[in-house]
Design a protein around this ligand. Structure first.
Ligand code: BGC
Length: 907
């Protein structure tokens, strides 16, 4: 093992490099700590000094003695978990001298690696958006609710935001702003039932503040779903305590969550109070730019209590959804029912428990919470709160959570060897994918997955095309869950028909932003803070969302062959969406082609043509290619159903033979603009727009990802330039394999020169600022297709750590980016693992990143369960049924349960 050993003192860092563990160091550095630089910049010096050397682990010689981490050191009169920091920086485990002496080097390194692969940890107290981002990343939940990973002792303020959301609970409020009525539909921040704190000698309850908190460590155990926060507190009164809270969601009885709160007085015996509350006074205030709007959504209906339980009932203001929160406080150390004093508050209810405590003894208090809401089918627990509470215990919640996660890690884990950071962040992404959706699988909730999960209030919890980036992952691992996401859309088909009708079209037009009812929730205008004018917001013209939903239907059907779904729901959805596009396409006699106008592609920088009044653009390439694909696909899927079943779906969609004939015609004659070099114009007229001096803007502003804002601040518009927020023209190459897209383009009567894909990728990459993290996902795939593996890797890894590092400088604070999280998982299996489910039979063509030693994962494709183990030399596939498969271009027959190993040449 190649090692580095570190000793980090207050003002100096000593590093020694050992090419083998048992021989003397070959290189030593003493680096003076530069107090004018940040800790991270100082650590970067270590990286630079070690450049070019290979090492597998680091030993920290002088870690401080803490129960929660053995790699914390004092530096520059502060403390840092240098283990966490160096693992991030160097992608190696850092073990303590104590662990090595105790367990031996090999065992200590192995244990640390395992720990790091299963935990998301933060040491220290952070402020503002940085802490809010960590809260989002530490969210616990089960798809019914999401509880931000805030300190349980916190209330909403500039540093903390303990939000609670239940899937599908939205509420609309209208705010008058400069004689405009602005209507917003928010995912409601429900009462805060995670609140718990303590006080000593009946003094003021402890709050989250720098003065009292000496140390704090937060650790999310991805294996079990338990978030543990350990704090060392010294109150102004001199009392010192260790406070540990553990919080987790019940993954089976998904109305429940539990908190274990443990208090250890360290230097006193005396009187301790435990305060537990359900706070109904909360508002939606996670996103500060929304605070000009009315963000009050809760109405209190009643407070009740009985022995050690308390209840808060309320209703959302306009959507009239009832909610009841019940909480029970128990302790193995005392009879809580006898000791609790109850305090009714104007908008909440509080239990205060007083007991005498002894120094250095740990006292345990369990708060079990039940949430019931009237938006859930068969919600018996709304009337059975007391029974539900009686059944709940912290230990039971732990057990059910463990069981759920055990099963989920069995089915959906992606194991990466050789890259600690990718492994950890991959699991973080898998974890949040299910935190955002698990309960939807039950079919009892009328909700889908919001773009920002159940983790924050950005985009008001709305559902976007981002589903398209999530659905493949869910379909391959939890098809029933994927189906429920689609049924959310199916139930909103009538609303989509209304939308189309209101806009003057036939068929179904899904809204760009969908929430409770499926009507359009995007804003139409925005007040420009600089000019005070109401500027139009045309983002709803991203009509491609209906095509993306059609693609989701196809993905699900193609991957599962769930004919029942296709017959009952899918075909009707596809036909209804098709009818919309037929009514939107117009025929031009002079060109003999159809055009689609008044739309936007995914690139949100282009809402309309400069110097034109009509909103939207004409012949967006992605839209038109997807329309052609949809029309072809419907014709193919029709054959999967017997005629009577098809006719039933067609009747439900009001789809007749005339429309079917039109579809065939349009799918061959839609317009694309392609120039002589084979560049596919993002939309008609794109090549007439001026290019932008990216270099100059980069020099001036550094980060230009939100070029739209920069240009608008200069009084310009991104509409006028060849600049894109995200992938657009080439999106179809993300959705399908290259031959499929080529065939569609050819079918439309266009020919593409050789190397066209490389040229298009280069062309658009140069013009794209990645203002949406989804962009990196798409370009990672495109570069991988184009065999530009370095670029693919760098875009993929930026996407993989985008929420962890909050690379957009504050957006994670307002919720995770669920589409990106799920899409990174697909990229790992589809692009790096090379397992494509896009054809009728599985194709395997791996292209592992060089430093990944191996990749292991499972897929369920058309009812067969597959396990793949892939390294740089060979691929081993096991299936539970006999199936044909193509590996590295050759066809094989898999026998049930018999692993097939195929050597391949990875170059
Ligand atoms: C992106 C959209 C995305 C939305 C929600 C926007 O920034 O441009 O493509 O759907 O965020 O995630």
């Amino acid at each position: 093992m190649q090692l580095i050993k570190l000793r980090i003192e207050n003002d100096a860092m000593d590093i020694a490099y050992y090419p083998t563990a048992n021989e003397p160091a070959t290189t030593r550095y003493a680096i003076a700590y530069n107090p004018d630089q940040s800790i991270n910049d100082n650590l970067e010096n270590i990286k630079v000094r070690l450049a070019g050397l290979k090492f597998d682990a680091a030993i920290l010689e002088n870690g401080l003695d803490y129960s929660f981490s053995d790699t914390i050191v004092g530096v520059n009169y502060d403390r840092i978990d240098v283990g966490l920091a160096l693992t991030n920086l160097l992608n190696i485990p850092v073990v303590s001298r104590a662990a090595v002496d105790r367990d031996g080097l090999i065992a200590a390194v192995k244990a640390k690696k395992t720990y790091l692969k299963w935990h998301l940890d933060y040491y220290g107290k952070y402020e503002g958006v940085r802490n809010n981002g960590q809260e989002a990343m530490l969210t616990v939940g089960n798809g019914y609710f999401g509880l931000r990973g805030a300190y349980v002792e916190s209330r909403a303020d500039k540093n903390n935001y303990p939000g609670t959301y239940v899937a599908g609970i939205f509420d609309q409020e209208t705010t008058k702003i400069k004689d405009h009525d602005v209507v917003n539909e928010d995912l409601v921040n429900l009462p805060n039932a995670q609140y718990m704190t303590f006080s000593v000698d009946n003094q003021e309850p402890f709050t989250i503040n720098d003065r009292d908190i000496q140390d704090v460590y937060r650790s999310l155990d991805l294996k079990t779903g338990i978030l543990t926060t350990t704090m060392l507190v010294q109150l102004q009164s001199g009392h010192r305590l260790q406070i540990q809270s553990q919080k987790l969601a019940n993954m089976q009885a998904w109305h429940r969550f539990s908190i274990r709160y443990q208090v250890t007085p360290l230097n006193f015996s005396g009187s301790l109070q435990i305060i537990s509350e359900i706070d109904g006074s909360v508002v939606n205030s996670n996103v500060s730019r929304y605070n000009v709007f009315d963000q009050h959504h809760l109405q209190l209906l009643g407070l009740e209590s009985c022995a050690n339980t308390m209840f808060l009932a309320g209703q959302t203001k306009t959507s009239k959804i009832n909610y009841t929160f019940g909480a029970k406080l128990t302790s193995p150390d005392c009879n809580t029912s006898d000791l609790i004093e109850l305090k009714h508050q104007p908008q909440g209810i509080q239990q205060v428990l007083s007991l005498a405590v002894q120094a250095n003894q740990t006292y345990t208090f369990d708060k079990d919470v039940v949430i019931a809401t009237s938006n859930v089918a068969n919600d018996a627990s709304l009337t059975q709160m007391t029974t539900a509470l009686a059944q709940t215990s912290f230990d039971d919640t732990v057990k059910t959570s463990r069981d759920y996660w055990d099963q989920t890690w069995q089915d959906a884990d992606i194991k990466i060897r050789g890259d600690l950071t990718s492994q950890r962040l991959t699991r973080v992404n898998i974890y949040h994918s299910f935190v955002s959706t698990a309960a939807l699988e039950s079919g009892q909730l009328d909700a889908s997955a919001g773009a920002r999960g159940l983790h924050g209030e950005a985009y008001r919890g709305h559902v976007f095309w981002d589903e398209m980036f999530m659905l493949p992952f869910f379909t391959l691992h939890r098809p029933e869950l994927a189906k429920q996401l689609l049924l959310y859309r199916y139930r909103r088909l009538p609303a989509a028909r209304e939308n189309a009708k209101a806009a003057g079209f036939a068929g179904a037009m899904y809204p760009w932003q969908s929430a409770q009812k499926g009507d359009e929730q995007s804003q139409f205008t925005h007040l420009n803070p600089i000019t005070q004018a109401w500027d139009p917001d045309n983002s709803r013209l991203q009509r491609h969302v209906s095509l993306d939903i059609a693609y989701d239907v196809w993905t699900y059907y193609h991957t599962t062959l769930d004919r029942d779904f296709l017959a009952k729901y899918g075909m009707e959805m596809l036909l209804s969406v098709a009818e919309f596009w037929i009514s939107k396409a117009t025929y031009d006699d002079t060109t003999g082609r159809y055009s689609i106008a008044g739309v936007m592609g995914p690139d949100e920088f282009h809402e309309n043509y400069p110097n034109h009044q009509t909103p939207g653009l004409k012949n967006n390439a992605y839209t038109n290619i997807m329309v052609a694909w949809l029309f072809d696909t419907i014709a193919q899927l029709r054959d999967q159903l017997d005629n009577a079943t098809y006719q039933k779906a067609a009747a439900a969609a009001n789809f007749n033979t005339d429309l079917a004939n039109k579809m065939a015609d349009i799918s061959h004659k839609l317009t694309l603009e392609i120039n002589n070099s084979g560049i596919i114009a993002q939309f008609e007229g794109y090549f007439n727009l001026p290019t932008l001096d990216f270099q100059a803007y980069r020099q001036k502003f550094g980060n230009i990802s939100r070029m739209d804002r920069i240009l608008k601040a200069e009084g310009k518009t991104p509409d006028a330039y060849q600049v894109a927020k995200q992938a657009d023209a080439l999106m179809a190459f993300y959705n399908f394999d290259v031959p499929t897209v080529q065939k569609l383009i050819k079918q439309l009567g266009y020919t593409l020169p050789k190397e066209y894909l490389t040229h298009n990728i280069q062309y658009y990459l140069e013009r794209t600022t990645h203002g949406s993290t989804l962009s990196r996902i798409v370009y990672a795939v495109l570069n991988q297709l184009d065999e530009n593996y370095d670029q693919a890797w760098s875009l993929f890894s930026e996407a993989l750590f985008s929420d962890y590092y909050d690379i957009q400088g504050g957006t994670t604070a307002e919720g995770i980016h669920l589409g990106v999280m799920c899409a990174t998982l697909l990229l790992e299996t589809r692009n790096f693992g090379g397992v494509s489910v896009l054809s009728q039979q599985l194709q395997v063509n791996p292209q592992l990143p060089e430093h990944w030693q191996s990749l292991k994962f499972k897929h369920t494709f058309r009812g067969t369960h597959y396990t793949f183990v892939i390294n740089h030399e060979k691929i081993t596939v096991t299936a539970d049924q006999k199936q044909p498969i193509t590996i590295a271009g050759k066809n094989y027959q898999l026998q049930a349960k018999k692993p097939l190993t195929v050597a391949y040449d990875h170059n």
